[in-house]
Design a protein around this ligand. Structure first.
Ligand code: SF4
Ligand code: SF4
Length: 97
């Protein structure tokens, strides 16, 4: 089938993880550790995994923890899923990035 068509990630939804294509070594540890199977391996050996099912992400960060390359993969949390903090003195509300 791969000679006729390729699966590509949906870009119309929020993308929970991003991979630095310059530093990724294609070890696929993130693919293996991800329980809901957000990623699929690249068709190219040693290639960068594809985020194929972004809406399945659990936002726990196992993929980030397992990656052997510092700062290669990043987890992005939707603003609506972040805790809203309120400073006691000023009343200012903020969210952590
Ligand atoms: S945060 Fe968890 S569910 Fe989301 S892509 Fe990483 S390992 Fe998969
Ligand atoms: S674990 Fe890190 S280096 Fe390995 S494939 Fe995933 S993003 Fe790339």
């Amino acid at each position: 089938m791969t000679d006729k068509a390729l699966a590509v990630g949906d870009t119309d939804v929020f993308i929970p993880v991003s991979i630095n294509e310059e530093t990724c070594i294609g070890c696929n540890l993130c693919v293996m550790v991800c329980q809901p199977d957000v990623f699929v391996p690249s068709i190219d050996p040693g290639g960068v995994p594809v985020v194929l099912y972004p809406s399945e992400c659990w936002y726990v960060g196992d993929c980030v923890d397992v990656c052997p390359v510092p700062d290669c993969i990043a987890l992005h949390v939707m603003d609506k899923n972040k805790v809203i903090w309120k400073r006691k003195e000023s009343g200012e509300e903020f969210q952590l990035s």
